[in-house]
Design a protein around this ligand. Sequence first.
Ligand SMILES: [Zn+2]
Length: 207
Amino acid sequence: MLNMYERASKALLLSNADTLPIDMSKLKIEGLCWKALTRKDAKHRGIIENEEFVSYADKHTGFVLDLLNGKYLIIVDECLPMTERNYIIAHEIGHIICCHTSLHGVLGKSNDYKTEHFQEREADICALLLLAPPCVLDDYGISEYEDIMKFTGVSEDHAKQIVGELQRYRRTKKTATEKALCKKFRAKKKRKGKGAHLPDANDCESD
Ligand SMILES: [Zn+2]
């Protein structure tokens, strides 16, 4: 079974993302069918109707519904600042790509506290890996949290957590998926040419 690091890299490799920052609301991943709606929109369209569900939605900044047959609907609070909204969508995509279980249709939730805690933690880490893929950051020589914030658009708190993920990444062997992902981002940067705002890759032609 793939671990979440490999799942996140694979999802990005199979997606339309090839430059930083990554707008999660525009992310399309081959083979995955999901849509993100604001809470307001979901209410307007009658998706969030019954009282219990309205109250659940109002208490949560975001969640993802398993619509079955491989389809998912992400609901996110429209009042959140863009940075936070992008993180929430990434977290919900994390639940999807990690194939988490659901409770009453909400992915990641469980009657078992330990399962839910594990799934939420995994989705949190997955969100960071999607927003700021460590292999790409390493390839571009980005390692300080200030630069991570600047190039990926994540919050200071998340950027500091990504520094930890980058350190973990550097201790492990690069997978074929990670190499391919770096190549994809590098190719885009080359096409963008001199005007690209990202720093030069560390090892441009080495692999
Ligand atoms: Zn969650």
